[in-house]
Design a protein around this ligand. Structure first.
Ligand code: SF4
Length: 362
């Protein structure tokens, strides 16, 4: 069996213990192996083994698999991560985002439903509701403002368009007198376009990005992250003497933003106003976005003014939760927004809860 998993299980520890109790040896620390092991060690026929496994998993899992000549896909009952079904020259394809279908010339058929299992073989494509869907669902809001590719469609909404609306709304909520709007590339670009459009302030690239350096927020070590920022961005001379608005989608630890603000001042910017097209990230994610522990998140225990002081900007404003939600044009009840609200749609992992209690005591 080949198996790919987008997401993160919140009950992986319990499932590992159960598998160990059954004499199953796991060779990695990956929760993806847990999913594969549940299926591979179930004596039931393949389709049934998948259904049995889905019923035991908790958390975020959009999964594709190949086994016994079948292509299989399933999605957790909350639908944290996207998963779509498409057609390519009469054949069926599964992909995590709709843009992947565009790349290979496939047509979008539909999204895989919440809690749905899809099995494709020589007899065609059949689908079943493996587990009941959870309320209205909990699509990850982070996908909307940062993670998904802008040319993808989430819940039928084009991500780029939603991000432009976030920038427009941010301009309404936190306007500022300035000479230039520049994006912190690449993920800040659509919101910067929206901000410039709504305010009439000139849009400029401002910061040039080295496209050969990866995402800095997931670099494991602070030294590497700081070096990564310098390698990653270079300001243009046109910022000299200007009041600039630097637009980004989010602030995680704050170090990258702080270095970018310093870089813009060093390049001669007169003022640097930072505008963020999401609310402050205040809590960690248990569903597959490994950005940071809560005590590393700059906004977890600081006010907006304290964050502004830390990053050294002339002013700082975040988009409101209502503004973010409205920009998606989807109902609030269909989203996970837990890293912004601390309101988790599932129980959180046992060991994290334990750590949190320990932190509270000390
Ligand atoms: S906690 Fe945040 S990043 Fe994680 S799934 Fe929910 S919205 Fe997405």
């Amino acid at each position: 069996m080949a198996l790919g998993h987008n997401g993160n299980l919140v009950n992986a520890t319990e499932l590992r213990e159960q598998l160990a109790g059954d004499g199953v040896k796991l060779v990695t620390t990956s929760d993806t192996e847990v999913i594969a092991a549940l299926i591979a060690n179930d004596p039931a026929p393949l389709d049934e083994a998948f259904t049995n496994a889905i019923a035991r998993l908790e958390g975020a899992f959009s999964v594709t698999a190949l086994a016994e000549g079948k292509l299989i896909g399933f999605r957790d009952p909350h639908g944290f991560r996207p998963l779509v079904l498409g057609r390519l020259d009469g054949d069926w394809v599964l992909a995590s985002e709709t843009c992947a279908l565009d790349l290979v010339g496939a047509e979008l058929e539909r999204e895989v439903g919440l809690g749905e299992l899809v099995v494709i073989d020589d007899d065609g494509c059949r689908a079943e509701q493996a587990v009941p869907q959870a309320n209205g669902g909990a699509l990850c809001m982070f996908e909307f403002f940062y993670l998904a590719r802008p040319d993808t469609r989430l819940a039928g909404v084009e991500v780029h368009g939603a991000r432009v609306r976030m920038g427009e709304r941010l301009a309404e909520e936190a306007p500022v007198e300035a000479d230039l709007v520049l994006p912190i590339p690449d993920s800040g670009t659509p919101a910067a376009i929206g901000f410039a459009r709504a305010t009439g302030i000139d849009f400029s690239e401002g910061l040039i990005k080295n496209r050969y350096v990866g995402r800095t927020f997931i670099q494991p070590d602070q030294g590497l992250r700081e070096q990564g920022v310098k390698l990653k961005f270079n300001p243009l001379a046109e910022v000299k003497g200007k009041r600039v608005v630097a637009v980004d989608d989010s602030i995680v630890r704050g170090n990258t933003t702080r270095q970018i603000v310093a870089m813009l001042f060093e390049a001669g910017a007169a003022e640097v106003h930072v505008r963020i097209s999401s609310p402050p990230i205040v809590s960690q994610c248990y569903y597959g976005i490994d950005f940071a522990e809560e005590d590393e998140l700059i906004a977890a225990k600081r006010t907006v003014e304290e964050v502004r002081e830390y990053i050294g900007a002339t002013s700082l404003a975040y988009l409101s939760l209502e503004g973010l939600q409205a920009s998606t044009r989807r109902p609030e009840s269909s989203f996970c927004r837990a890293c912004l609200t601390r309101d988790y749609p599932t129980a959180v992992p046992r060991e994290s809860t334990k750590l949190r209690f320990e932190t509270t005591r000390t």
